[in-house]
Unconditional design. Structure first.
Length: 202
């Protein structure tokens, strides 16, 4: 059976990083995937690859799938995803900033405590303004509760793709901040976004 493969966003362009991230938690699975050509896409049964943008480095047929566009125009699929993830409306007061976290400690890029400290610094920096609030949207694999940092931190407990935020936020955030998240690029159409310049091999 031949077919297409849909890799993690951004990872398709970085086979070594993709392998390392899988191998950190599932060494055997990573070895099998590499042996079968599923990491570098050399498997002959892969006839095409879904990507968010085309790359000259990929020799297979590339099919561009724009998550933002599909959600914006596809009301049916959008509603199905909202139901699937049991996503609830998020109140976003004026001046609120949203922070999208990553799962660096899960991938072995740093310790859990190091990740907590990085986001603590960002939150404390951004919450200095009087009456300002921070909404934390954790990566689905990030299990840290950041509400310990301040009583003005609201955390979204439901795990769902950040691309669904435009359809859940009641109010417009003043900014969305991320360290290294492909989702933030998909949100530029709706909000002001900022990507932190951090050197943590991430």
């Amino acid at each position: 059976m031949r077919g297409h493969i849909l890799p993690a966003a951004g990872m398709v362009f970085q086979p070594r990083r993709l392998y390392e991230n899988i191998a950190y938690r599932f060494k055997v699975h990573a070895e099998i995937a590499r042996e079968k050509g599923l990491i570098d896409l050399t498997n002959p049964f892969i006839t095409g690859v879904y990507v968010n943008k085309k790359s000259k480095e990929i020799q297979k047929k590339q099919i561009v799938f724009n998550v933002t566009k599909e959600l914006f125009f596809g009301r049916d699929i959008r509603n199905k995803l909202l139901i699937l993830f049991a996503a609830k409306e998020v109140i976003c007061p004026l001046g609120t900033k949203i922070i999208l976290t990553e799962q660096f400690y899960v991938m072995g890029k740093m310790s859990k405590e190091e990740q907590k400290e990085i986001y603590k610094q960002i939150i404390e920096r951004e919450i200095k303004e009087k009456d300002s609030y921070i909404i934390v949207k954790p990566h689905p694999d990030d299990e840290i509760d950041y509400r310990y940092i301040s009583d003005r931190v609201v955390q979204i407990d439901r795990a769902y793709p950040a691309e669904l935020l435009p359809y859940l936020l009641k109010g417009k955030p003043s900014e969305i901040i991320s360290i290294s998240s492909s989702s933030v690029n998909n949100l530029k159409k709706f909000y002001k976004v900022s990507i932190e310049n951090r050197s943590a091999n991430v």
